[in-house]
Design a protein around this ligand. Structure first.
Ligand SMILES: Nc1nc2c(ncn2[C@@H]2O[C@H](COP(=O)(O)OP(=O)(O)OP(=O)(O)O)[C@@H](O)[C@H]2O)c(=O)[nH]1
Ligand SMILES: [Mg+2]
Length: 533
């Protein structure tokens, strides 16, 4: 195997998804700890002076103890080069989560052991299913009172319609959670805590070791042997092929807080998950081992680092090898460019790199030329990856700066945050940009906008709610943009345009959409900006 091939083969690129608060960021932090990328694990929302979790780097994330944007981290573990994407769980940020899933080859679904399958778990699961990517389940928070593990597995199967296979099994729960039983190797991994910020001490014994009863207690030993019998009799066979196609989810138990079960999960997961998967570009399938470099942009983020105040485009390398000094072709821009200051990321920290391989997520300095979904490839072989869809916002506000002197900063901030895809912005035709209409999928996005405008651009916002709930992209045959007079509109609809001069309509009700469609046969109204899922 060439060095090029072995570099790609050792890459693993995955996203962590779940309902809010199940423990994604905490688990990510512990992976970094076991990978040696950090010496001491931080906490999501800590006491003053406590070290914060690496991936919740944004000020608002640290304050609220929730993730509001996805975060990219690369680390090494036992020969694997791992690109991990920690996503926000809150549904208001689900568009960011969906985009991030496009860059992943598998998903780790974290489940709170006391709560089981929750609303957002179902939604995200559906998105994974659309791409048939492998889904691994980590049942977290076993250090607290948990539901019966059999019941949890059954719930996953019934609610999500996926088969499960328990790779390991918990011994006790709550304060009595002491470790996991590894079914394949028939060994018990028993943990003692060194505090959550340090790796736990693991002791391994085989199932028939006479010392076992002393180690875990007689009653737990009895319970375990009953449960093993039940498991071996009842559960379906392990089938790697079905795992790879997202039909069977391997299930693991543990506690991201105490680190119990984190390393066994990481080891098995890395062994079972795939090397970088291909992506489609129209009729073509672009394979990771193809010679030519290609990548797509799935995320843009401004002001990650206060000292730099720049904008980073995150791209997933789909095929080949990226070399810092070589030119690449930017399809949407229609020209050859050199990617400037390519970097590998550790949340907000960066390190300039000289090369990257298929599977890697890299960040490049963006002077304002990239949009989400853009393709980069070689000039010799041009193609375009399938677009990443834009969601129709459901909440709208009219905003302007409180201080009219801050207009310039206001516009810059609004445009940059909109280009990140964190909000969508519109204006009424033939008007200036004194006022901007902001659309979001969930209202927490407004909070983030307000916070970031103040924090990053020094602008206080004046906002006024608007009664619209629906947005439709407007398409028509003519060359000239439509004027409101060209359309027959109900009283509760408004014609707007986005910053790329696409025309759209805002509606207060589904009824008005139908009414408009009926009376304006020369135009079509569509629900998604890009391709549909
Ligand atoms: N007891 C216990 N608490 C945990 C565990 N894992 C995480 N937590 C706590 O659960 C809360 C949420 O953890 P996060 O890691 O922020 O969860 P998240 O899934 O990243 O949350 P969002 O990104 O906001 O959706 C924090 O207070 C954590 O300390 C665990 O294994 N046991
Ligand atoms: Mg989080």
């Amino acid at each position: 195997m060439s060095q090029y091939e072995s570099e790609i083969k050792r890459r693993r690129t995955f996203a962590i998804i779940s309902h809010p608060d199940a423990g994604k960021t905490t688990l990510t932090e512990k992976f970094l700890l076991y990978g040696g990328a950090i010496a001491q694990a931080g906490v999501v929302k800590g006491k003053k002076n406590a070290r914060a979790a690496t991936s919740d780097w944004m000020e608002i994330e640290k304050q609220r103890g929730i993730s509001v944007t996805s975060s990219v981290m690369q680390f090494q573990y036992e020969g694997f080069c791992i690109n991990i994407l920690d996503t926000p769980g809150h549904q208001d940020f689900s568009e960011d989560t969906y985009r991030t899933l496009m860059a992943a080859d598998s998903a780790v679904m974290v489940i709170d052991a006391a709560k089981g399958v929750e609303a957002q778990t179902r939604k995200l699961f559906k998105v994974c299913r659309l791409r048939d990517i492998p889904i691994f389940t980590f049942i977290n928070k076993m250090d607290r009172e948990a539901r019966d593990p059999f019941e949890l597995c059954q719930e996953l199967e019934h609610e999500l319609g996926i088969d499960t296979y328990a790779v390991n099994w918990p011994i006790g729960c709550g304060k009595a959670f002491q470790g996991v039983y590894d079914r394949e190797r028939r060994r018990i991994i028993h943990f003692t805590s060194n505090g959550g910020s340090k790796a736990a001490t693991a002791t391994e014994v085989s199932l028939d070791d006479p010392e076992l009863a002393n180690l875990i207690g007689q009653s737990y030993q009895n319970q375990l042997s009953d449960e093993i019998e039940l498991l071996d009799g009842a559960s379906c066979q392990f089938d790697m092929d079905r795992v790879r196609h997202g039909q069977l989810s391997p299930v693991f138990f543990g506690s991201a807080l105490t680190n119990f079960g984190v390393e066994p999960f990481l080891e098995d997961f890395l062994r079972m998950t795939t090397a970088p998967l291909p992506r489609t570009a129209g009729d073509e399938l672009i394979d990771s081992f193809d010679d030519g470099f290609s990548a797509f942009v799935f995320k843009i983020q401004a002001n990650m680092n206060k000292a730099h105040r720049d904008r980073i485009a995150f791209m997933r390398v789909v095929s080949g090898k990226f070399e810092a000094d070589k030119e690449v072709y930017h399809v949407q821009g229609g020209k050859k460019i050199k990617l400037s200051r390519p970097q590998q990321l550790m949340a907000a920290e960066r390190e300039i790199i000289e090369e990257a391989y298929a599977g890697d997520i890299i960040g490049v300095f963006d002077p304002g030329i990239f949009s989400i979904g853009d393709t980069l490839c070689t000039a010799a072989h041009k193609f375009q990856f399938d677009p990443i869809p834009t969601f129709a916002p459901e909440h709208f506000r009219r905003v302007r700066p409180l201080d009219t002197m801050k207009r310039k900063q206001f516009l810059k901030g609004m445009e940059q945050i909109a280009q990140e895809g964190a909000i969508q912005i519109f204006k009424t035709p033939y008007s200036g940009m004194e006022e901007v209409i902001v659309g979001v999928v969930g209202t927490l996005q407004f909070d983030v906008l307000e916070y970031r405008l103040k924090n990053e651009y020094g602008v206080d916002l004046y906002a006024e709610g608007l009664p619209y709930e629906y947005l439709r992209w407007l398409h028509h045959e003519g060359e000239e943009p439509l004027r409101a007079d060209d359309l027959t509109l109900p009283g509760d609809a408004m014609l707007v345009e986005d910053y790329r001069q696409n025309q759209l309509l805002l509606f207060a009700s589904q009824w008005s959409i139908n009414w408009t469609a009926e009376r304006n046969k020369s135009v079509t109204l569509s629900e998604f900006g890009g391709a549909k899922f």
